[in-house]
Design a protein around this ligand. Structure first.
Ligand code: ADP
Ligand code: MG
Ligand code: MG
Length: 254
């Protein structure tokens, strides 16, 4: 059962301090949501966990199963089971979706690479589950994909790679109603199938994703810190009342 422990994490970008002491623990079998106003460091937190080189960790720790994540390269983090669906997935012209996925899968199993036929069968099933276009595997990664196609493609990667820590940064943005339902169903199905083998952390602004994928815990990130944690009712309150009451509750320093 994976366990990711973030303690007193401070991080900055271009000398601007963004994370100011984040504490968060997520365990296999749990679904967490992070909400919070724009620009409070949600994507920064996701990027720092994944090891994006633009961010500097100033202090604090990120531990996965007693291993120091902050000492790992991005590749090592992926091999250790951390997966990030980015808010703005990048295109990689010249690399087909199918080759990319097969390479990523084999990175985790160097001694036993997946055969072409089992791989195609898995890919085909995942494309079907996500109701994606059949030509998708042969297209270049994210090149010319619509916003919604990119987000589905992130979920496709998640399904095939079977990570133990899944971080989804605004996976619901740019999805129409049907696509949101499909993406939500696939997240839930994965969480159900894999049980305690996977922990999910979803960053979102909207209740509608949380209706599809009910979280066990909801956290609010404000001004670089987790200022409140609760259950689903916290997300409902934020949807109804916004963040102002919380700003007042936590005091003027925030
Ligand atoms: P969120 O995901 O919560 O909306 P982000 O983590 O993306 O917020 O951004 C946190 C803050 O960092 C914002 O104020 C943003 O403007 C700032 N920021 C992001 N990237 C850069 C950058 N390259 N240089 C300077 N500031 C940045
Ligand atoms: Mg944002
Ligand atoms: Mg963001």
């Amino acid at each position: 059962q994976p366990i990711l422990e973030i303690k007193d994490l401070h991080a900055s970008i271009a000398t601007k301090q963004i994370l100011k002491g984040v504490n968060l623990t997520i365990k296999g079998g749990e679904i967490h949501a992070i909400m919070g106003p724009n620009g409070t460091g949600k994507s920064t937190l996701a990027s720092v966990i994944m090891g994006h080189p633009d961010y500097t960790v100033d202090s604090g720790t990120v531990i996965l199963n007693r291993q120091n994540v902050l000492a790992m390269t991005v590749d090592e983090r992926a091999r250790a089971g951390i997966f990030l669906a980015m808010q703005y997935p990048a295109a990689i012209p010249g690399v087909t979706n199918s080759d990319f996925l097969r390479t990523c899968m084999n990175v985790k199993r160097p001694d036993n690479p997946i055969g072409i036929f089992p791989f195609r069968a898995k890919l085909h099933q995942a494309v079907k589950d996500l109701e994606m276009n059949g030509d998708l595997p042969t297209r270049y990664l994210n090149e010319g994909f619509s916003g919604g196609e990119k987000k589905r493609n992130e979920i496709l990667q998640m399904k095939l790679l079977e990570p133990s820590i899944v971080i989804l940064d605004e996976i619901d943005s740019g999805l129409d109603i049907d696509a949101l339902r499909i993406v939500g169903e696939n997240i839930c199905q994965m969480a159900k199938e894999r049980g305690k083998e996977v922990a999910v952390l979803m960053i979102t602004h909207y209740q509608r994703l949380l209706n599809c994928v009910p979280p066990d815990y909801v956290h609010v990130l404000m001004n670089g810190k987790v200022v409140k944690s609760g259950d689903r009712s916290l997300a409902l309150r934020l949807e109804n009342d916004g963040y102002e009451w919380l700003r007042e509750e936590i005091g003027a320093e925030n």
